[in-house]
Design a protein around this ligand. Structure first.
Ligand SMILES: Nc1ncnc2c1ncn2[C@@H]1O[C@H](COP(=O)(O)OP(=O)(O)OP(=O)(O)O)[C@@H](O)[C@H]1O
Ligand SMILES: [Mg+2]
Length: 490
């Protein structure tokens, strides 16, 4: 409830169960405002004043008509001079209808005061506030809605509305304006609003006949039967044909006996098909990543075929390097094609990446051990892809340069990849225990294509930094700033 309402309540005697009852009324009274085409106010008497002053602690406007109260009324105190009818209703404990003024103005209004009972005692008043100008003759819809509202008013006064159960609000609950069907005590149709008739049409029910049950028209009315039996509202989603509807069946009670029901119907076919489209858009994005990965693998395979035909060792090496770079990008797309959130858990990428590099160590005499420490966490595709290429180059350099083969062509060594996530940064180290960098090495001048690519990606695409230094071998230290991650709505 609004905190203002909470403040307003402090002056009243509403506590505990009675307060919970009032709160349930606030959660479910939109239907009543809509059926009465009127503003409703909920007021509680100021404690110790015997119904001479009341505090407004709830307000709802009709979605089916104009409001008399464009301003927020919660917190306003109303006394018996301004609204004698309210004090009468409180003292007599009965529904009273009469004249009054629109609160806070001199404008005339028609007022209905309904005592709110909870377990036999009066705890508050609902006022229905309508304009005196609506003197035009009521059509069938107005007559039926107003008659239904009167049923609810009686239920409020008897204490059977709101129902003794908390409403679980969900977004697609139908409102009166979406379509309403009024049923009598035998569940025969008394009235169906034009929107409800259109909904029935879309469900394939073309003839609607008063006096028949909905089930006799082919309508699945299980929810309505349950609502009557349980004397509680029942919500249901129907999917006749390729349409979707939400339905709410509310029993109408008199002295706790069901005397009818109102059924609200909302066509949510468009909403549901949009939901489905969004789902399939997600699936499409994943499918695209899958295809990109397949295409990259095809390109890598073509390069390999091409490389095998080359005579020049240098050319062959260049083709092999390109193939390896392409495969490292393919790994990221493969991972993206499996994730529904368009992020990559880098843990899933790093191991296949290591494998790509390991495979380039072809001779069994060269024994290099790779290991990975830490975790980079979830990364978006725009970070994961360049990072995968960077790591691939750095690991490959360790294989190519850190461990020169001895006279017998054998070598051994250790390459470690360390990943750590700091508050706003990703820190990546590739450390080997090899021979270290050549004397006088600087990143700026001493680089081949590999480190040029690494620098372009780290500084350009990722906006980060890289340092290479000797530390009983070579240590490449990369820092990449991370955008703050928006919380993911699931
Ligand atoms: N881990 C390392 N240990 C020793 N030397 C290294 C290491 N990493 C890089 N270097 C040195 O830096 C040089 C530049 O590396 P870079 O990756 O740019 O080119 P490259 O590996 O020679 O060729 P490529 O274009 O195939 O990568 C290497 O030739 C090597 O001398
Ligand atoms: Mg290299």
């Amino acid at each position: 409830m609004a905190t203002v309402g909470g403040l307003a309540l402090r002056n009243t005697g509403l506590r505990g169960d009675a307060l919970a009852h009032a709160q349930r009324l606030l959660a479910s009274w939109q239907t009543l405002a809509d059926l009465s085409f009127s503003d409703l106010l909920l007021l509680a008497p100021v404690q110790g004043e015997e119904g001479r002053r009341f505090v407004v602690f709830g307000q709802v406007r009709p979605t089916t008509g104009q409001t008399l109260y464009p301003a927020d009324m919660v917190g306003m105190v109303v006394d018996e001079v301004e609204r004698p009818l309210m004090s009468h209703a409180w003292r007599q404990g009965e529904v009273l209808i009469g004249g009054g003024t629109v609160l806070g103005t001199k404008e005339r209004a028609r007022v209905q005061c309904i005592p709110v009972r909870h377990r036999g005692s009066m705890i508050a008043l609902v006022t229905r506030e309508s304009s005196t100008e609506s003197g035009r003759r009521h059509g069938e819809l107005e007559r039926n809605y107003l008659a239904t509202f009167d049923r609810f008013a009686t239920m409020v006064a008897e204490g059977s509305f709101p129902f003794g159960r908390d409403e679980v609000p969900y977004g697609d609950t139908p409102r009166v304006g979406d379509g309403a069907i009024v049923l009598d005590g035998e569940l025969n149709i008394v009235f169906a609003s034009p929107n409800a008739v259109s909904s029935l049409h879309r469900m394939g029910i073309h003839a609607y006949t008063k006096g028949l049950q909905l089930s006799e028209l082919g309508f699945e009315q299980g929810a309505i039967d349950t609502a009557i039996r349980a004397r509680l509202p029942v919500d249901e989603e129907l999917e006749p044909g390729d349409t979707s509807f939400t339905l709410r069946a509310i029993p109408l009670l008199e002295a706790d006996k069901p005397v009818g029901a109102i059924v609200l119907l909302r066509d949510v076919t468009d909403l549901r098909s949009r939901d489905r489209m969004l789902l399939s858009k997600d699936a499409t994005i994943r499918e695209i990543h899958h295809r990109v990965k397949n295409n990259l693998q095809t390109i890598a395979a073509l390069l390999r075929l091409q490389g095998r035909r080359l005579k020049s060792g240098e050319a062959q090496e260049a083709i092999d390097d390109s193939e390896r770079r392409i495969r490292s990008i393919a790994i990221v797309h493969e991972t993206l094609s499996r994730d529904t959130r368009d992020v990559v858990s880098f843990d899933d990428v790093i191991r296949p990446l290591v494998r790509v590099v390991e495979e380039t160590v072809s001779t069994p005499d060269v024994r290099l051990v790779f290991d990975v420490e830490g975790d980079a966490g979830d990364l978006s595709g725009d970070v994961a892809t360049p990072l995968a290429v960077v790591l691939n180059e750095l690991m490959q350099n360790a294989v190519d340069h850190a461990f020169p083969r001895d006279g017998e062509g054998s070598a051994k060594g250790h390459v470690q990849v360390r990943l750590a996530r700091e508050e706003r940064e990703l820190v990546v180290d590739v450390v080997d225990d090899g021979v270290g960098l050549p004397a006088g090495f600087t990143l700026e001048d001493g680089s081949g294509l590999g480190l040029s690519i690494v620098q372009a990606l780290v500084k350009g695409e990722l906006g980060g930094s890289i340092v290479l230094r000797d530390e009983n071998g070579t240590r490449a230290h990369v820092r990449v700033p991370l955008a703050p991650v928006a919380p993911v709505d699931l």
